[in-house]
Design a protein around this ligand. Structure first.
Ligand code: RAT
Ligand code: ZN
Length: 438
């Protein structure tokens, strides 16, 4: 069973206790020092070449900022999409950073990135920033960014049906120890009628109705991609209307293909639930919204597949408490992250406090969801800043109730939140006991 156990003898409760006065300082230092594993991003290892986004123009045209642009500018989306990337970035800089003060979370993030690289934060144009990023060599830049962000590794999102990405894997993209692959299955699971022919074209004997050998052939496809990518988990985002069980292509694919494959390869399945896709298609990637989901689907999955491990993130604030309750019920469920619209300090604080109160440190507080390399710098700075008072208060309450903790114990707790819970769940360094194949 997928349980999370304390590392033996790694922290002795009898070591010197941290005093009430020192607590906040020690927690901040330990948060600063933990090399975080960023367990869900949209970044790409260098061998996946041009898929990887970085630099000021990409930072400014992040879809979180595009959504904000249309609130402050008269520009119509169709006109915006006809601009070049540089023109788009110039417009966003002028509108959100010069004509207005960048107080939102996403705009403030760009400021934090500029500051981290020693670039001006009040410039009237992007010349200085463009020159700086153009002068960087990607490999050295990645190392520098990881160091500034305080992360040791990131987990990618790799779509085997992406027409740009798939051929790179098929040619044998060189693996990179700092970038872990993830087999992302949105197109297959959510849009089978639109994508079955792609599988067929690649030599898998599937049909539109998922009849005949189709399910076995999807499993063969997953096995081939497992072999090619060695993903640390499989993943899918799901709408707020997601139900399980369900008599649908999605329900059958999950039950008969994806979940058995995860069991066979002993990797978790990550489900990110609660997207209302494309409520405003005119603004493209920025056009998705959120809806409250029915988490009985998660309950049913955890019950039906006790030998599978699930990573679950839910997008709606209203679903968070329910997810904590299910976490208490099912040892094969590991909640993670404050995803997308939830990654704001006020909401992160509420969710994280609730999680600690309900399940201790047996969850993963955050992932960055970075799409542009340098975003990890501001996203992890923000997470550390938000976490510091929450973790401090957790230990303060414990001390008031009769147990002080040592620095080593604090380190162990923080390490567990930002590294070992994930390492063990995905068996990253052989830390998880092997399950027998399905
Ligand atoms: O946060 C985001 O950037 C979203 O657009 C999604 O990519 C989401 O994180 C996802 O992985 O589906
Ligand atoms: Zn994502």
């Amino acid at each position: 069973m997928a349980t999370i156990t304390e590392a033996p003898r790694s922290a002795s409760a009898s070591a010197t206790p941290v005093s009430a006065e020192q607590l906040s300082q020690v927690v901040q230092e330990e948060l600063q020092n933990v090399p975080i594993i960023d367990m869900h991003t949209h970044l790409f290892m260098p061998s996946l070449g041009r898929l990887g986004l970085w630099g000021i123009d990409e930072l400014l045209t992040y879809h979180y900022l595009e959504a904000e642009l249309f609130r402050f500018s008269q520009m119509k989306p169709a006109n915006y999409w006809s601009l070049t990337k540089q023109e788009q970035a110039d417009l966003i800089w002028r509108t959100l950073f010069v004509e207005n003060t960048p107080v939102s979370e996403s705009t403030r993030g760009v400021i934090a990135v500029l500051k981290a690289f020693g670039l001006g934060t009040t410039n009237s144009d992007l010349n200085e920033a463009r020159e700086y990023f153009q002068s960087r060599k990607l490999d050295a830049h990645i190392r520098h960014v990881f160091e500034l962000a305080g992360i040791s590794e990131v987990v990618m999102t790799n779509d085997p049906l992406d027409p740009e990405e798939a051929p790179l894997w098929e040619k044998g993209a060189a693996p990179d120890k700092q970038f872990h692959p993830v087999l992302r299955l949105d197109r297959i699971i959510n849009k089978w009628p639109q994508h079955w022919e792609v599988l067929k074209g690649k030599g898998y004997n599937v049909d539109q109705d998922l009849g005949g050998k189709s399910v076995a052939e999807v499993r063969r496809f997953l096995a081939d991609w497992y072999g090619r990518m060695k993903p640390v988990y499989m993943a899918c985002s799901l709408p707020d209307t997601f139900e399980y069980p369900e008599d649908s292509f999605r329900g059958r694919l999950l039950q008969q293909a994806v979940i058995p494959s995860c069991r066979e390869f002993n990797i978790p399945l990550s489900l990110m639930i609660g997207v209302r896709y494309q409520v405003n298609p005119a603004i493209k990637l920025a056009g998705d919204a959120v809806g409250k989901a029915n988490l009985r689907a998660v309950e049913h999955l955890c019950v039906e597949f006790p030998d599978n491990r699930f990573l679950i993130s839910v997008l709606s604030r209203e679903n968070q408490h329910e997810l904590c309750v299910y976490t208490r019920k099912f040892a094969n469920l590991l909640p993670f992250g404050c995803w997308w619209f939830l990654n704001q300090p006020s909401i992160v604080e509420e969710i994280t406090r609730e999680r600690i109160e309900m399940v201790g440190f047996s969850f993963i507080p955050q992932h960055s969801d970075a799409r542009v390399l340098e975003q990890v710098v501001y996203k992890w700075k923000n997470t550390r800043r938000t976490m510091a008072p929450i973790v401090t208060n957790t230990y303060r309450l414990l001390a008031e109730d009769g147990r002080q903790v040592s620095r080593e114990e604090i380190r162990r707790g923080i390490n567990r939140l930002f590294r070992t819970n994930f390492e063990r769940w995905v068996n990253l360094r052989g830390g998880h006991e092997r399950h027998s194949a399905a």
